[in-house]
Structure formats: C-alpha cells, structure tokens
Write a protein that binds this ligand. Structure first.
Ligand code: TYD
Ligand code: MG
Length: 460
C-alpha cells in the first residue's frame, strides 16, 4: 500500500511545509497553511513510476509556424483584453472577487461565441443548471446554443468533453469547486485545484479547445487562490471593480500570446455587462470644472489612452501627524511628490492633511500621473482652480525635473478628441502632433508648474 504522505500547504501561494505553522514564510499570509494528504497530487512531487519512458521527437527551432489562431467573440472589450481574441488550445484564468461578475461576463462571452457559430460548453460547478439558465435569460442569451454541464469532478468533465468532440471553448466556473479522484485532499485545497487545472490544461493542449478557468480571489486564504495556478496557464486576467461603482475592468496581467497591461472596460447593468468603448467619458463623468484641486490626467492603459480626473484636498491639520489618504494611486508615490514639492518648490504641506482621490474609483499605476497630482495639490492649496480644458502628464524625478513619458502624441490626441484645448507636459517630449488645435505648455522643472498653477491664470 502506498505510504500516506501528509504535507502542510499554504492555500494562498502553494508553499509546502513539513509541519504546521501560523504564518507562511513564502507569502507572509497568516493562517493559510492547511494539512493535506498530498499522495498522488502535484505537491507530492514526481511520482516514482514503473513505466519506461518512450522517446519523443526532437524538432528544429526553425520549423513551420503560424500566427496563433484566434476566435473572436465580437465583444470588443473582451477581445481587446485577450489580445485580439481567444487563442485556440490556450488556457486562460479569469480571477476576481466573488460577486464581481465573472460568471456574467463569461456567459455573455460564451453566448456571443455560440452566436458566431462556435461550439461552447459551459461547466458550472457552483450553480445548478436552473440558476445558469435563469442568468442566461436575464442576459437575453437564453436562445444561444451554449451547452451546459453541472459537474465538479475533473475525470467526469474530461470524459464528457471527449465525447463532445472538440468544442471551440470550454468555460470552467470555478476552479475552486474542481476535484479529482487522483488527489486525495479535500476539494478547494491547493492540491485539488492544481491537479484539476493541470488535467484541463493538458486537455486544452491536446484537443485545441480553449479553456477559460474562473477563480475566486479570497483574502482569507481558506480556499486556494488562483495565484497557485497563475504560472500554469497561458493568460491571466483579473476582473475588478470598486464597491459602489457600476463599472468593471478586465485587466490582463499575463498573456503568452499578446500584450499585458491591456484593459477592457464594462458597466454592470440590470441586463448584464455593457461595453464601455470610451472609458474617458465614464471616468470624467460629472466634473465640477470650477473647483480647485482637480486636474485631468491624460493616462495610458495598455495601448489605449484614458483620461481621468485626479482630485486633491489639502487642509490644515489638527493632528500631530497629518493625515495622508490616497484612493486609486500609490501612497509612496504621493509621499515622493510631496517631498519634491517641499524640497524644490517651497510648497510646505508638513502641517496639512492631504487627501488624494482618482475619480470614479479608477486605479492608476503610471508614474506619468505625477505632474497631474502635483497640479491638483498646488491648486487645492492655493485655492485657484485649474483651467477646465487642460490636461496634465509627466513623471517627476527626485531632483525636481519633469521627465518625458511615452505616448505623448496619443495622450494629446485623446484629450483633443474630448474637447480639451490646453496641455501641460514635459519639455522635449517626442512625437508631438503639430499644427493641432491644442495649446502645449512644456515644463522642464516642477517649480515652473507650481508658478503657473499658483498664478491662477494661464495655468494649463
Ligand atoms: P456574478 O456573475 O454571479 O459574479 P461572480 O461569478 O464573479 O461571483 O455576478 C453577480 C452580481 O452581478 C450580482 O450581485 C448581481 C449582479 N448582476 C447584475 O447587476 N446584472 C445582471 O444582469 C447580472 C446577471 C448580475
Ligand atoms: Mg460565479
């Protein structure tokens, strides 16, 4: 009889330990380590096999190859995030908080593909067939020719798929419900999730069917997170949204067949997700042009320019240590901009509370937002509103210099399209469109910007 092999596995990152401990040293999470019987599972390491290996063919690198064949759903924002469509034979992980709309997105995507004549199988491990049908009805997709299966056992799923021929797409909702006969630990644990996902990826590669895997992200770590399978799949997308806002962002974090940092933007309505093909209009929303402390940042998300409003509020503090609260941006980056304003521009905010908010709940990761943040801060402090038709972008260095950023031309073009007529950007920005209906103010050091904003006129 095979010896029982007990391991202690972190449910958040998959690290394996010999004995239980409260904190995972690999990822720093607490209370995520769970005892698992790893015999037969991946965590048990390579199994000793009696089978003699069969030699495989060795091929030269310079062989025939073609552009990855893609199937297009026709939902523009979904195709965009996937790099132009779903690559046949690929495995894609879509992660996100429970309730964010993953099942909704995938049902709409599945229906769109089926309407275009592709064969699609939707495997629901979380909801009964009746529930899935109800959702499809609400999404006005009940007439589409998507085939449903309510199953959680990997071997049964694979057997059904083998009988079904080679579907173009298989959706597995979700990986946390998968369990395999081969792994002996409880469903939802790292060993089970990895074993199940590995079998499905093998199926994808062998059959040429694309497989989309849904994974819930959990903070508690009691259910194995999608992170443990991220490196196994070809593409990883996260579906995100801010509580209280209706829009959702599908963000690509890994893609073996396309660009990363691409986003698809959707809005949740009562009949499902609606594409938002011009996100700038959404994020600029109801803007109050006259208020001090608001600056429009011309940003880039992947290959697409996105305009967002950055709001700052600076107020004298009654606390010993003034407050710094940031929503939608990196707080370390804010501290840096504040330090540069202090050291090189004489703008002292050491006794002020500073609140910074990116409108609409959007999240910015680009350093190019530095200049817009500085403009918003100085505008709030001085009480002088910035011109309502101006946009800002540029990276600030610790020396106080304003450095050029990529895609200046594209940012300006988007701003112009949305009716902006002035821009403040780094000196010596390359590829600027000339002869346009846009006034361009170049700044090379941060004090130039501060002087412009504080003067309250001619600002942008
Ligand atoms: P769901 O797709 O079930 O989320 P997930 O699979 O990520 O857990 O979506 C759940 C939420 O979406 C739920 O709170 C209701 C809302 N919703 C709508 O607002 N409109 C719709 O048309 C649908 C289907 C769901
Ligand atoms: Mg769901």
């Amino acid at each position: 009889m095979a010896k029982q092999k007990i391991s202690f596995i972190c449910q958040s990152c998959g690290a394996v330990y010999q004995r239980w401990q409260g904190k995972c040293e690999a990822c720093g999470e607490w209370n995520t380590i769970v005892e698992e019987n790893a015999a037969g599972g991946i965590a048990g390491g390579p199994q000793r096999s009696r089978r003699k290996g069969t030699p495989s063919a060795l091929l030269p690198l310079s062989g025939e190859s073609e552009e990855a064949p893609r199937i297009v759903s026709g939902i523009g924002e979904l195709d965009r995030a996937l790099g132009g469509g779903i690559v046949r034979g690929s495995a894609i992980l879509i992660g996100g908080d429970p309730g964010i709309g993953k099942s909704t997105l995938l049902m709409q995507g599945a229906a769109a593909l089926a309407d275009r004549g592709h064969s699609v199988i939707y495997v629901s491990g979380e909801e009964a067939i009746a529930q899935v049908r109800l959702r499809a009805h609400r999404l006005q997709a009940a007439q589409s020719r998507v085939l449903l299966m309510a199953e959680t056992n990997v071997e049964d799923i694979l057997a059904t798929l083998a009988d079904a021929g080679r579907p173009d797409l298989v959706v597995i909702d979700s990986i946390q419900t998968l369990w395999s006969d081969l792994a002996e630990s409880a469903p939802g644990t790292v060993t089970q999730v990895r074993a199940g996902v590995q079998a499905l990826i093998r199926f994808a590669k062998a059959s040429g069917s694309a497989v989309i895997l849904v994974g819930h992200v959990t903070k508690e770590g009691q259910i194995a997170g999608p992170r443990v399978v991220e490196h196994m799949v070809d593409a990883v997308l996260y579906f995100e949204g801010e509580g209280g806002h209706h829009y959702r962002i599908l963000r690509t974090v890994k893609n073996r067949f396309g660009p990363t940092d691409e986003i698809g933007v959707f809005e949740m309505s009562d009949i499902g997700l609606r594409e938002v093909s011009n996100p700038s209009e959404l994020f600029l929303g109801e803007r109050n042009d006259k208020a001090p402390g608001a600056a429009v940042f011309a940003g880039m998300e992947g290959t697409r320019p996105v305009l967002v409003e950055i709001q700052a509020l600076v107020a004298p503090s009654s606390l010993g240590t003034p407050r710094r609260a940031v929503v939608g941006w990196d707080s370390a980056r804010l501290a840096m901009v504040l330090a540069v304003l202090d050291a090189h521009c004489g703008v002292r905010l050491g006794s002020h509370d500073v609140y910074l908010n990116v409108a609409g709940g959007f999240r910015i990761s680009e350093p190019a937002a530095d200049l817009a943040v500085a403009a918003a801060l100085v505008s709030s402090l001085s009480g002088a509103a910035l011109p309502s038709d101006g946009v800002y972008f540029g990276e600030i260095s610790l020396s106080g210099a304003v450095r050029p950023v990529a895609h200046a031309g594209q940012r300006l073009k988007e701003a112009e399209k949305l009716g902006f007529r002035r821009s403040v950007l780094p000196a010596s920005s390359a590829e600027l469109p000339r002869g346009r209906d846009m006034r361009v103010d170049e700044v090379s050091v941060l004090p130039d910007l501060v002087a412009k904003v504080a003067a309250g006129r001619d600002a942008a």
